[in-house]
Ligand binder design. Structure first.
Ligand code: COA
Ligand code: AMP
Length: 629
């Protein structure tokens, strides 16, 4: 080991101002920041206050000005439409500038919100960057969410416009987005103004007076220049699942975000200007925001926006095809994608058809990487397979093997060491720092480094309460785990009711809300249980209202349909059991953690706070039998 990591980490702790001032040199500022780190209002931190920049300028214009105009910035690779589209930096800048003109023409201004509800098409990235160009705040909603989830986000973000598409293509199915959008607007109480709809040939949308056709609007649009914004102005709000049905609007700034992501590209991912990164995720998730759109473009790299699945579109060799075709250096996806490939092609025989020699590293994140998948991927690819851990809230990795800064030993089951800027501590219930090897709550001592959430949109109180109130002076990650004697982190899973299904973060609370709206349901609980392919899947338990007698399979099918229609297919909610009662504490709290433990086969102790232990005894066989039993 060269000691580079240790030096960088220590400097980020002892001299954060100096560390981040140097990192900020890679960003173009209209006005240099006056202060680097402002911690005068903790738990709120402000980064690069006084500075002025534009994130879109940093992602596009400055590369064109620096002579990178003819380099490919973005490749849309879509096996589901059998199409490839390449945009140079100049072309992408011009498209974005014109789409910013479209947004301005419908009244979008600096500080206004714009909801983007789109599949994996280049126009999704163009819309995000156009908002950044105007200083407007985008909020991308994952296309797999149903109308009700979209409506909740419309009401919270209060957008001035919505950008959408006529359809997305999910494997072999065409999913019409426009009816979902119309339904969401009908369900929401806020009037979102105009919607700009990209018509795709696979399913043309029926337009209303509110809707503008993307192509027509672009034809008449005037390009718009970048609008300078304060470093501390919000760039975007991305809703993520909390423990209740109401999603949390994670708000991120312009300055800290640009500096942190730019730093992470060379130091964590070892991807520099002119190199190719392929992040197989979705623009609707933080992984897509950071490593499909912003970080590669801020770096002057080439990004691949892939509209397809790891398997079935049409086969398990597509990732290797993309690597070969676009000379990808770094591939980033969720472990579930590799479990999918391994299941379809256990010998990785598709690899023989492609030359993947350009690929230097596979990065995995979004959920726990099981050692079996890690070993399989490492053996088959013969390159480092790097697990790294982060969250929507942080926007970039908290723990990683920093491939550019100093590649270190990889240990199965660990996302490696703590990334410079983050002071991770493991705390027990009383807030005492635990020694190496002991499991507790994973926390980050304040201040959070640049790039992390500033607050929750319009809700400073919820920000404090959700993350900052459990331990004074610390951010609560919601994950439990421990550090070993070499400083490697081991993440053992969420300590709250957030679940992770195929790398998609979901709230059991929002599914419970749907179940409890069924007229026959008196009360319910949803828990996440282990699943070999998706990591976790939800299971529902309902207690019927007195006097209701229903055929279980029929009721269960109704409830499954409701969750699919109201939360989305992505929840993979397929199993619900009717039970006589739910186990609760004496104060009436459902013992979800105990239920989860039993379902996962753990030797779960009966909590001393339980109200009636016989309820748990009755439920135990149902939990142990597993889904569908
Ligand atoms: N729009 C509409 N529906 C969507 C969607 C979208 N953007 N994304 C997923 N869905 C639907 C799927 O069609 C599927 O519906 P179904 O129940 O009718 O089959 C359901 O949501 C679950 O989707 P997914 O989680 O993708 O699982 P899958 O069973 O379709 O695919 C794998 C299996 C192995 C391909 C899958 O686990 C995988 O790799 N998914 C991608 C993981 C990922 O990128 N996560 C992002 C975190 S970085
Ligand atoms: P999201 O906000 O969707 O990125 O989800 C964040 C959550 O996913 C974390 O709080 C973890 O519970 C889980 N997660 C992400 N990456 C990893 C990882 N590498 N190992 C274990 N869990 C992870």
């Amino acid at each position: 080991m060269s000691g580079e990591y240790r030096r960088a980490y220590d400097r980020s702790m002892t001299d954060p101002d100096g560390f981040w001032r140097e990192a900020a040199v890679l960003i173009d500022w209209y006005r240099e920041p006056e202060t680097i780190m402002d911690t005068s209002a903790l738990p709120f931190s402000r980064w690069f206050a006084g500075g002025e920049l534009n994130t879109c300028h940093n992602a596009l214009d400055r590369h064109v000005e620096a002579g990178r105009g003819d380099q490919v910035a973005l490749i849309h690779d879509s096996p589901v439409t059998d199409d490839r589209q390449r945009f140079t930096y100049r072309e992408l800048r011009d498209e974005v500038a014109r789409f910013a003109g479209v947004l301005r023409s419908v009244g979008v201004d600096k500080g206004d919100r714009v909801i983007i509800y789109m599949p994996m098409v280049p126009q999704a990235a163009i819309a995000m960057l156009a908002c950044a160009r105007l200083g407007a705040i985008h909020s991308v909603v994952f296309g797999g969410f149903a109308a009700r989830e979209l409506a909740v986000r419309i009401d919270d973000a209060q957008p001035s416009a919505i950008v959408s598409a006529s359809c997305g293509i999910e494997g072999k199915r065409v999913i019409e987005y426009k009816p979902l959008l119309d339904k969401a607007i009908e369900l929401s109480s806020h009037d979102p103004g105009r919607s700009i709809v990209l018509q795709r040939p696979q399913a043309e949308a029926t337009m209303t007076e509110r809707d503008l056709d993307w192509a027509e609007a672009m034809r008449d649009a005037e390009p718009v220049e970048c609008v300078p914004v304060a470093a501390t102005d919000p760039l975007y709000v991305l809703y993520t699942s909390g423990t209740t049905g109401k999603p949390k609007g994670v708000q991120r700034d312009n300055g800290g975000h640009a500096v942190a992501l730019r730093w992470s590209m060379e130091n964590v991912y070892d991807v520099g200007p002119g190199e190719v990164m392929f992040t197989a995720s979705d623009v609707g998730w933080v992984v897509g925001h950071s490593y499909i759109v912003y970080a590669p473009l801020l770096t002057g790299a080439t990004t691949v926006l892939y509209e397809g699945k790891p398997v079935g579109t049409p086969d398990a060799g597509q990732f290797w095809r993309v690597v070969q075709e676009h000379r990808v250096k770094a591939l980033f996806t969720a472990p579930t994608a590799f479990r999918g490939i391994k299941k379809e092609d256990p010998e990785a025989s598709y690899l023989e058809q492609y030359d993947i020699s350009s690929l230097e590293t596979l990065f995995l994140a979004g959920e726990r990487l099981d050692p079996e998948t890690w070993t399989w991927a490492s053996e088959k690819l013969g390159i480092p397979v790097v697990d790294h851990w982060w969250q929507t809230e942080t926007g970039w990795p908290i723990a990683a093997n920093l491939r550019g800064l100093e590649p270190m030993e990889l240990k199965a089951g660990s996302p490696s060491v703590i990334v410079p800027g983050y002071q991770v501590e493991i705390l027990d219930v009383d807030g005492t720092v635990l020694p190496h090897g002991e499991e507790g709550a994973i926390t980050i001592k304040l201040p959070l480094p640049p790039g992390c959430l500033q607050t929750l949109w319009n809700d400073d109180e919820r920000f404090r309460e959700s993350y900052m109130s459990r331990y004074e002076g610390y951010y609560l990650t919601g994950d439990g785990g421990y550090l070993d004697e070499d400083g490697y982190l081991y993440v053992m899973g969420r300590t709250d009711d957030v679940i992770n299904v195929a790398g998609h973060r979901l709230s059991t609370g929002s599914m419970e809300e749907v179940l409890s709206n069924h007229p026959d349901v008196a009360e319910c609980a949803v828990i996440g249980v282990h699943d070999a392919m998706k990591g976790q899947v939800p299971r529902g338990f309902v207690v019927l209202k007195a006097g209701v007698e229903r055929e279980e399979s029929e009721l269960s099918a109704e409830l499954v349909r409701m969750v699919r229609d109201e939360v989305g297919a992505v929840a993979s909610f397929k199993d619900v059991a009717v039970v006589p009662a739910l186990p609760k504490t004496r104060s009436g709290k459902v013992l979800r953690k105990t239920m989860r433990g039993i379902a996962d086969g753990a030797d779960e102790a009966v909590p001393s706070t339980i109200d009636d232990a016989s309820v748990l005894d009755t439920l135990r066989p149902v939990l142990q039998k597993g889904p569908g039993a």
